[in-house]
Design a protein around this ligand. Structure first.
Ligand code: ACM
Length: 628
């Protein structure tokens, strides 16, 4: 009898969820969501009510919802059809919210404006894709839902490198607009590097007069030749103090904190182009790097070696005076508690030869170059602390000893983050093997090689909290978009999405709510939203994964797999363009020696989806690593 009762209750609910035609694809997956029976139709006279603190949110809602045709929007002080309320007496935290859609309308409840904002982002995702286009939606019906949502981590970051390629203020705002749809709340702004200094420092004007400009190159990064001395420095740009204030305020209106990074003591060639006296080799004729390689990554003892010096002199008081000015101005512009000092990939070959550094080592009893770097980091920490801020750095700052209350951003995997957390330092996890979204995301010969590959399904496995680590030490996680090979904002979007959707679930959703199959289904729905919002994204998840191996006879064996299920892959060996009447892949096969190009295409339900891959024999050979 008891069993029957349960079945009666459960069956209709299950039926409702699966038979539901309405869109409930929310990314990141909410903490708790109940889909209910029924739909609410937005009235033609749509009235919004919201507290005064939510004025920016209301304005964004009105802008978006005014795209629905034949709908008149207004606001009221009493309860609207869409009603936003602040109720401080709940335990949603400052970013949590509840969203209810029922026969009475839509209500979003939160304890702080950020929660209302995220409730609105969820509501926007429940709307048809067309709301991002003028008259793109009409007669909007929304599934009844009851959602209680709050983030797993406080730091949900994306890093944008504006040094290797410069992005305008408008482009950075667009990047912020897009990231907040997926509830990111930190924009880590990589403002300086060897290839450009991008922030005005009024007390050191040459940083941008000289350091922000270089000759232009259009093609492949690192393929490029050194510029001639008289070549015009036509490529670059920087943000003035006013630009930064505008960006910070814009980000704040969308509940995003901008965390600035000034990358020292390595990655400083643009600074040295402006002020060569800050180097251990001040006689060099420094220029802002245009992308030509200048570091030997496999140097002596595993240390990297600079063929052109790009580090600051850790023994020079001039350097600390300059950094006091730089961090002073940066601290005054950015309200964030953290200032990121970089600290990564610092070659020490010129430090080793420097009389200044040798004196410093004697004076301070420093045993090796790691300790010299640690001395530098500690001096920088004092400067940053003196400006009322806390230091954050890449995991190299662990080497030679971590200073006081510095936070660590772990990029060479999770190792540095784990080590720092054990030493009671706060950590942001951004491991390159899960969250480096500058890496190519599908077939290398189709995407273009950038360091290494990182597919969506790997990104989705990112787990910021390692087992056995005190959760209070892990601030959260971040995906990093380095822009060596990213010249335009459209390409920045392509590299960011959909992998940022995967990281969003890792940093917002409860771990147990993550589900790859479900996620992929949602991503496909969000492709429609990204299309409507004119955001570029990659469809590489549809493309075949082609691997090869050599057998003992020296023959090349080809295997084809899919990143997601439900596909049949068809291929040709004779350079013809395959379709679903070509060879259907079923098992590993021997590639005949006379093949010059393997072409592969994926079909699902009789329709071609994704790109046709055309992989030259050369690449098939190089990817064969193991002898069977
Ligand atoms: C880094 O990717 N060098 C932090």
């Amino acid at each position: 009898m008891k069993f029957k009762k349960i079945a009666l209750i459960l069956l209709p609910l299950g039926f409702l969820i699966t038979s539901n035609a309405q869109n409930t694809s929310i990314i990141p997956e909410p903490f708790e969501m109940n889909v209910k029976k029924g739909t609410y139709t937005l009235p033609k006279n749509l009235v919004i009510s919201a507290p005064a603190e939510a004025v920016d949110i209301t304005n964004e809602m009105i802008t978006t919802l005014s795209n629905i045709s034949e709908t008149k929007l207004s606001t009221t002080n009493s309860k609207g059809n869409i009603s936003l309320t602040l109720n401080k007496d709940n335990d949603l935290g400052k970013e949590g919210y509840t969203l209810t859609i029922n026969e009475k309308g839509i209500s979003i409840n939160a304890s702080a404006p950020a929660g209302l904002f995220y409730g609105w982002q969820t509501l926007a995702q429940l709307m048809p894709s067309g709301i991002y286009k003028k008259n793109g939606a009409s007669n909007v019906q929304l599934q009844y839902v009851q959602i209680l949502d709050k983030p797993r981590f406080a730091w949900r970051g994306l890093m944008l490198d504006v040094s290797r390629h410069f992005f305008t203020k408008a482009e950075v705002k667009k990047y912020i607009d897009d990231m907040v749809r997926y509830k990111y709340n930190v924009l880590h702004f990589h403002l300086t590097d060897d290839q450009g200094w991008r922030i005005e420092i009024k007390s050191m004007p040459k940083l941008t007069e000289v350091g922000a400009w270089r000759p232009e190159r259009k093609g492949k990064w690192a393929n490029t030749k050194a510029p001639s001395l008289d070549e015009p420095k036509s490529y670059g740009g920087f943000y003035t103090h006013e630009d930064i204030k505008e960006l910070v305020a814009y980000a704040k209106s969308k509940f995003v904190e901008i965390v600035p990074e000034i990358d020292v003591p390595g990655h400083s060639m643009a600074m040295l182009a402006a002020y060569p006296e800050l180097s251990t080799v001040p006689t060099n004729n420094y220029t802002v790097n245009i992308g030509q390689e200048f570091i030997d990554w496999e140097g002596m003892n595993g240390h990297i070696t600079a063929r052109i010096e790009n580090t600051l002199n850790p023994a020079s008081e001039k350097v600390y005076t300059a950094l006091d000015k730089v961090f002073g101005e940066v601290a005054a512009l950015f309200p964030s508690n953290y200032i990121h000092m970089g600290g990564d990939e610092c070659p020490k070959n010129n430090w080793e030869k420097s009389a200044d550094v040798m004196d410093l080592m004697k004076r301070e009893n420093l045993k090796n170059q790691q300790e010299v770097q640690s001395y530098f980091v500690k001096r920088v920490e004092k400067i940053i602390n003196s400006k009322g801020k806390q230091l954050m750095g890449w995991d190299e700052i662990l080497e030679g000893g971590l200073p006081g209350n510095a936070a660590v951003m772990s990029w060479r995997g999770m190792k540095g983050g784990i080590e720092a957390a054990k030493q009671n330092h706060k950590v942001v996890m951004s491991p390159n093997d899960y969250t480096y979204i500058d890496y190519y995301q599908g077939e290398v010969t189709a995407e273009g090689k950038v360091y290494q590959g990182l597919r969506l399904n790997r990104t989705y496995q990112f787990e910021p909290l390692p087992e056995g680590i005190d959760p209070s030490m892990i601030l959260g996680g971040q995906a990093n978009l380095w822009t060596e090979q990213v010249q335009t904002i459209r390409n920045a979007e392509y590299m960011t999405y959909p992998r940022a959707l995967a990281v969003a679930e890792s940093v917002w959703s409860p771990k147990e709510k993550k589900n790859w199959e479900k996620f992929v289904g949602k991503v496909e729905q969000h492709f429609e939203k990204l299309d409507a919002a004119e955001i570029k994204y990659s469809k590489s998840m549809y493309d075949a994964i082609v691997t090869t191996k050599l057998n003992t006879k020296g023959e090349l064996l080809v295997s084809i797999a899919g990143e997601i299920t439900g596909f049949t892959y068809f291929y040709s060996l004779d350079e013809s363009l395959p379709d679903n009447y070509s060879n259907a892949y079923s098992n590993t096969f021997v590639l005949p020696e006379d093949v010059s190009i393997l072409r592969v295409v994926g079909y699902r339900n009789g329709k071609q989806i994704g790109k046709m891959l055309s992989i030259p024999m050369e690449s098939l050979k190089t990817r064969a690593k193991k002898v069977l």
